[in-house]
Ligand binder design. Sequence first.
Ligand code: 1HE
Length: 265
Amino acid sequence: MTVSSPVKAPELVSTRIEGEIAILRLERPEKRNALNDRAVLALEAAFRNLPPSAKAAVLHGAGEHFSAGLDLSELSEKDLNEAIDHSRLWHRAFEAIEFGRVPVVSMLHGAVVGGGLELAAATHVRVAERSAFYALPEGQRGIFVGGGGSVRLPRLIGASRMMEMMLTGRVYRAEEGYPFGFSHYVVADGEGLAKAVELARAIAGNAGRTNFALIQALPRIADGDRASGYLIEALMSAIAQDDSEAKARMRAFLEKRAGKVAPKD
Ligand code: 1HE
């Protein structure tokens, strides 16, 4: 049920609440959701100000494209110091997504390029419609990634593929990119949002401590040394299972009141 559509954040990103899911949309279709400073700040504000009732979020773009990346009309006016600050602004905003309070499912369609791909990489689950295409045209524009892409993308698609994309201007289509980790799903055009919301609902149904462990602890374990990883894992698993919700869920399974694990069609 759609309860309301309060646009608390600046209007370049809208937030709509559906039950426990917050649906955020980039609202600049006339510029293919290119990200100027205001849009990046709006994204940060929207993710930092999610209502407490939201347990998962969906991020998508209005119009025919997810995002054309950096607004190129803003770039030429920056000096060196401003350019460093600009990149750090993106880092801060995308950290608010990757290490925010709730897991985020992105729905990708049309152009997912440059900073748009960097943005997608900051989300936790990615659903692509067949129309989606991925590119890093920074090489062609004479610049480098600046929205955390060099940190996140090698972990998703590999440093070699990222290098190849940027060196040669390669464009991957949704289905071509799927096996390499650009998205977790590819669905027909027009079906992406429903799939993303379905996945967000499943995520919202998890125990809160498990979702916390997944988005806060797992990436740190994956980035760190093994010894620290085992320590964090032991602590995190003890904290998760200590929750009454975890105990109730395990009891429900043993009493045959919970679903079994089975592949879906
Ligand atoms: C833009 C931008 C933009 C569109 N900055 N204004 N990103 C790129 O290099 C991608 C550049 N964009 C494109 O390749 C195409 O626009 C698309 C494939 C995304 C879409 O094509 P199309 O035919 O649907 O739209 P269009 O006619 O090219 O663009 C419509 C309008 O959006 C037009 O403005 P108008 O005033 O003439 O109507 C375009 O100028 C505008 N537009 N993309 C500014 N990116 C943190 S570092 C990240 C570094 C990067 O992201 S580099 C990659 C930048």
